[in-house]
Ligand binder design. Sequence first.
Ligand code: GDP
Ligand code: MG
Length: 440
Amino acid sequence: LSDRLGGILDKLKRRGALSEADVGEAMREVRRALIEADVALDVVRSFTDKVRARAVGVEVVKSVTPGQLVVKIVHDELVAMLGSDADPIDLNAPAPVPILMVGLQGSGKTTTTAKIAKRLTEKGKRRVLMASLDTRRPAAMEQLATLGTQIDVTTLPIVAGQSAVQIARRAIEAARFGNYDVVMLDTAGRVTLDEALMAEVAEVKAATNPHEVLLVADSLTGQDAVNTAKAFDGRVGLTGIVLTRADGDGRGGAALSMRAVTGKPIKLMGTGEKMDALEDFDPKRVAGRILGMGDVVALVEKAVENIDIEKAKATAERMRKGAFDLEDLRDQLGQMQKLGGMAGLMGMMPGVAKVKNQIAAANIDDKVFRRQVAIINSMTRHERRNPKVLDASRKRRVASGSGTKVEEINRLLKMHRQMADMMKAMGASGKRGPMAGLAS
Ligand code: GDP
Ligand code: MG
């Protein structure tokens, strides 16, 4: 999205307050990002309406561009919509607390059941009993039993010929009898939603009165996830959602849609096949993913805190014109020092791997920054503006003045030349240097 963000940044002109047109322009980009991320259309619409309403008329403070401001508002609104507070599994009920796991086949119900059981027995030191209600596939019951052995959690002994409801009742009884704190009920799923599946799940729910009904949904299913969530919530009633395959390359749209459509919190996310690959849902991470902008928002926040925008803007203008001299380099070094080093800054920018490697090769760290600034400070103004005049004798003078060596000065000059060339090239190709982007 650096392109997309760049687009937003470029299109918006600096103004006093965000106008309808500014925001409308940016919203088109955001809309595209959301649709690409597989967010359901009506959710996209209601989301962009909400952001538009919030953004229009907001004063653009001096140190932030309108584009940055809109991106920030969009991001914050996404996080809010995804649910900004951690929402753990609620076990505040008389033991044994029943937890019902529902969802389509292959969504990760059985795996997630075991992951949650592992988490509860480990962290909360709770006693957990797991039971598989998947009567159609004996292999599914075996699967849960195997996972149980692996994570050292008891599973209800398998008795052939019982219905899902009978197994569920037996599980609750066994949990009561065995003094378990939690009983996890892993249900059967179908490849597609159908009435028989819904009826069975509803029946199990009525028989067990679960304290949590968690929908396990595959984040890679995109739009389908919305229909699944809507159907289960409508028919069975959900208390929360667990998003699986958050480790995959899905873009998080499913999370936003499910949350928006059901209003139910996303409590956890599965991040792999292993038993400990379960994390608290992280709305910031998912929001970033939906916008596809890596850490751009973090970068914007950090930059706004630290950078002297006006100065950067002037430098950026000079860079574009190809007039990047050693005074500009000194300003840049100072700002990059503030930003936690060039590598840190570059690391946050999407799509600058090449530049990043060059910088890393130049081995710039904090100490080096300081020495380089000292070198530049030891030059005359004329030398800083016209580095070409630095002959051998001038270099020796600068070296002794700054307590460095001539080789260091040569290295600095070489780096400056490379940066100036790079910036000229960026300017020529219509792209802009990192600092230029921030200051536009
Ligand atoms: P069920 O049919 O809903 O019970 O689904 P399973 O629990 O049997 O999971 C189906 C497959 O998805 C298994 O191979 C799991 O290992 C895998 N799986 C489940 N959750 C995750 C996850 O969060 N990430 C990844 N990468 N794989 C997962
Ligand atoms: Mg299963």
